[in-house]
Design a protein around this ligand. Structure first.
Ligand code: G3P
Length: 222
């Protein structure tokens, strides 16, 4: 399972990259706004900075909502760098744009997916990735993980090449459940990735190892 980081924050992207487990980055207009990135030139410069930090795919979302606008914007984004994946919302025009990009060999990430039917359409249109938002489903009392199970099952049954990119991941249990379900990718905040490191028995065990080592060393020098 690939690990993507879901942020436009360069320090966090660097930290995840330094950990050695990062496979890519996803951004969205809200995440870009959070970093204060606005205006065509700044947005482009920011995506290029992200591509310099990581080796894998970097999702850059279109703002247009009509087919022509999505195509214009997406082609410009895709031309920036080979790692750029054009992120397109799950709408009628979005599906048409994904089909267009797929025919042109441009990578896409179909975002804002909340149902198996939407995921089926994204795969039929040839999306590289589909992004089901599990945390936002949990927020409204639907089981986000059930959606991941359904999509993985449908894609495996028909051999769709579209990768299931679990998004809106909020905590480490989401990551583990996604791995169990067979998601191809999880995109999550840095805090969810680093939370996987933690276990109290690891801390207790390491403390004991170091104490025993220190005792043995003291005995030898006594
Ligand atoms: O990748 C989509 C993600 O950014 C949404 O996450 O936490 O805003 O629901 P969240």
């Amino acid at each position: 399972m690939k690990f993507f980081i879901d942020t436009a924050n360069l320090d966090q992207i660097k930290e995840a990259q330094d950990l050695g487990v990062l496979d890519g980055v996803t951004t969205n207009p809200s995440l870009m706004a959070k970093e204060g990135i606005a205006g065509d030139e700044n947005v482009i410069a920011h995506y290029l900075k992200i591509c310099e930090i990581v080796d894998g795919d970097v999702s850059a979302e279109v703002i247009s909502t009509d087919f022509d606008g999505m195509v214009r914007e997406g082609e410009k984004l895709a031309a920036l760098h080979p790692q750029i994946t054009v992120k397109v919302p799950m709408t009628k025009d979005g599906i048409k744009a994904i089909k267009y990009f797929s025919n042109k060999g441009i990578k896409t990430n179909c975002t804002l997916v909340f149902s198996p039917g939407q995921a089926l359409l994204a795969a039929k249109a040839g999306a590289t990735y589909v992004s089901p938002f599990i945390g936002r489903l949990d927020d409204v009392s639907f089981d986000g993980m059930e959606l991941i199970d359904q999509i993985v099952h449908i894609y495996q049954t028909y051999g769709f090449a579209t990768q299931v990119l679990a998004a809106s991941v909020r905590h480490p249990v989401h990551i583990i459940k996604c791995a169990e379900a067979g998601a191809d990718v999880v995109t999550c905040p840095l805090s969810a990735i680093t939370a996987l490191l933690n276990h109290p028995l690891t801390d207790i065990g390491l403390k004991k190892f170091l104490e025993d080592h220190a005792k043995a060393a003291a005995k030898q020098t006594a």
